[in-house]
Design a protein around this ligand. Sequence first.
Ligand code: SER
Length: 463
Amino acid sequence: MQVDFLREKFLKFFQSKKHKIVESDSLVPKDDPTVLFTPAGMNQFKKEFLGFDSGFKRAATSQRCLRTDDLDKVGKTSSHHTFFEMLGNFSFGDYFKEEAIAWAWEFLTKELKISRDRLWVSVYKDDFEAYGIWKDKIGIPVKKIVKLGDKDNFWPAEAKTKGPNGPCGPCSEIFYDFGVDIGCGKPDCSPACSCGRFVEIWNLVFTQFNRKDDGTLESLPNKNIDTGMGLERLASVMEGKQSNFEIDLFAPIVKEIKKRITVKIASEKEFVYAIADHLRAAVFCIYDGVLPSNEGRGYVVRKIIRKSLLHLKTLGINEPLMNKLVPLVAQVMRVPYPDLKDKQEDIALVILNEEKNFINVLGSSEELFKSKFDAFIEKPDSETVGNVAFMLHDTYGIPLELTCQWLDKHKVCFSRKAFEQAMEEQRLRSKSGSAMKGDVFDAKGLGLKLDATKFTGYKENST
Ligand code: SER
């Protein structure tokens, strides 16, 4: 499989550049309260970025990651995922911009033989050093070096103005050009355009500053490198596919879902791709010990599974199917995760349970609607109805369309504005729960300066 080949090639390449190959960390970050799930390769190296000596100054990984910020885009775009693998090379006070850029270029153009004509780069607008390296050392024509600002070429994005505090720095991205036939067709189209012609494949972060409380950027004593390249995205480039979901990694899963479709709809592909993505996410969350529940990480897993079940329902698949597809995930991921096969039955059981529960909820939705909305037939209160519709969506995963059908039929007034406002509030809450907050590298949270643990078990059962 192309992904297996690329993963191995990447790790071997950086091994040859004296990097220690480190295992992927769990999706549940250890001793790190700043994130709910591991969102990037650098997360397991926060201590090393702060100067902690682990005995190695260079590392390379293929990190399993989960991001939920773009959940609603998954399946609709060619390259958004919840679960994905991120290839990364890291320097902890060792090499810096020159080597990071040169090796990224060498890997793409020499090892993978991607034509240099297809590659464009972006640099942070004030980063003359990176600009100079791309132009003079690598020989990229200036028209293919795009200067971008805080949102696109600083990591974390907009950290300069909005925080969080901690190490941060300008970054430089490498883009693959799918060609003039793709996207907007404008003659001045470039990586700054979001039409889809240019796809970012690699982000090189030059972690050289420490953002302080007053927003100043202090130079770090050690300059670090943190790079991240989406494996599925790279595979789509290498396989000549415009969608990540068309690569061989997803093919057997997509095929199996398509076989069972009984209702034909125009956006079939989007739903199938989203289900395939969410299936992998659910499998790896459970693999890492996160079970569906109503809180925190467990709620994310529940939401992902329920979203897939609604998509399956739309496609006319009303029987539990996701659990049956778990062995296919174990099969396509067998090279990096050979132990997944031994766990597949347990994982499938957890998913089956969740599927049955939600299918029951959907089956009893009529009862639920009656109990929640009957009172509003006589006494209209569109705002409260909007809030309750949101609660049904958020707690039970009942889609708004289903609720609206019932409300329409029973002539109950509904405020979409109230629903959307409640949705936005929840989005902000979950964003602050899943994104990095406070200090990016919270030394205390990382266990570097922990107070002594007090034993309270003589007086309390839980603490
Ligand atoms: N941390 C950076 C990112 O997530 C590069 O790995 O894009």
